[in-house]
Design a protein around this ligand. Structure first.
Ligand SMILES: [Fe+2]
Length: 266
């Protein structure tokens, strides 16, 4: 089965930020069969062209084709977390372009993963929470992986969330919202990691961004940080008093119940 070429789109909210998405052919190891892949590329004023994440090692040709469609050579590579669909083609991309490379400190582990795939990374820089990388501030949100990080460009009002959260449509809900981070797939992470991944979303609440870019499901292009705040702080947003049940005092539920009972009467 033939592979499909990548689709490169400049974002409507910012024509200098690109989404490179492609669907791979039904070939290769199980973990890459028929997967949709996505990588983000930033070419914003005042900073060097920056690629955020790579892709599976055996899919690098599609990523390179996508970058060629954009027509700008990346000069920096920032990895959000050490999962194969993000860091897998690290070496291949470094060989292809002249790049300054950044990997989260807590994810720069030389290990052979569950699938027996050994990805070695020798980045120029290890980064941690609060680090400024060009226009981006790194926010450490561990859970999905130990070093998992979000890259926030507050001037552009964009947060590259990668797998820290997913688009709601990934789970069959309407797009335009963010949902619980995906389970830490592709690794042998303990169940607690998924709990931590949600709890640590709080680390993002000090930042304002209109747009949240995600690798799975649809990105959110309106009021993203506000929606995330409501998601994370759902108790304080929906309870009417201290110690009150979040169910019995859910204002929206009460309003809906009231509405339905009036409709029933009419
Ligand atoms: Fe991931």
């Amino acid at each position: 089965m033939a592979s499909e070429s990548p689709v490169v789109r400049a974002l409507e909210c910012n024509e200098n930020v690109y989404d490179i998405t492609w669907q791979t052919a039904d070939e290769g190891p199980d973990i890459t069969k028929g997967e949709r892949h996505r990588t983000f590329f930033f070419d914003l004023p005042g900073d060097v062209p920056t690629l955020i994440d790579t892709c599976f090692q055996n899919r690098v040709e599609y990523l390179i084709e996508g970058i060629e469609q954009i027509g700008v050579e990346p000069e920096r590579l920032i990895i959000t977390h050490r999962h194969l669909d993000h860091i897998g083609a690290f070496e291949e991309i470094v060989d292809q372009y002249s790049l300054e490379t950044w990997v989260p400190e807590d994810d720069n582990i030389a290990e052979i993963d569950t699938y027996g795939i050994d990805i070695q990374t020798e980045p120029d820089h290890l980064y941690s929470d609060g680090e400024q990388i060009g226009r981006f501030e790194a926010v450490h949100v561990p859970g999905h992986s130990p070093g998992n990080s979000v890259l926030v460009d507050e001037d552009a009002s964009i947060a590259v969330c990668a797998d820290t959260v997913s688009g709601a449509d990934r789970r069959g809900l309407p797009k335009g919202y963010l949902i619980h981070p995906p389970q830490a797939t592709h690794t042998e992470m303990p169940a607690q990691a998924a709990v931590d991944a949600e709890a640590n979303l709080e680390n993002l609440l000090g930042y304002e961004f209109e747009v949240a870019l995600v690798n799975h499901g649809s990105s959110v292009f309106e009021n993203a940080s506000e929606k995330l705040e409501r998601y994370v702080n759902f108790e304080s947003n929906f309870t009417s008093g201290e110690g009150a049940s979040i169910h019995s005092n859910d204002r929206n539920t009460i309003q809906a119940d009231d509405l339905y009972s009036r409709i029933d009467r009419e």
